[in-house]
Unconditional design. Structure first.
Length: 75
């Protein structure tokens, strides 16, 4: 079942959304918004990012990291 969602946005935002949708090859603003919602699911939260950074700092300070001269050293 489909439901209509109405948004109230400034005209400049509406133009920008329509432009982005067209530039990125979406057939409609709706399909572009659906894409954005799916992309948002893949984003990491600020809390999760900070937790990862703190963990990485602990490992670095404990000497559990390597100093690579290039990306090839990591592979």
């Amino acid at each position: 079942m489909r439901q209509v969602l109405s948004l109230s946005l400034p005209i400049t935002d509406v133009r920008q959304i329509k432009t982005f949708a067209k530039k990125r090859g979406y057939s409609s603003v709706s399909s572009y918004v659906k894409y954005l919602l799916k992309a948002d699911e893949d984003l990491i939260s600020e809390t999760e990012l900070l937790k990862t950074v703190k963990h990485a700092r602990k490992e670095y300070r404990a000497g559990k990291s390597i100093k690579a001269k290039s990306l090839a050293d990591l592979v």
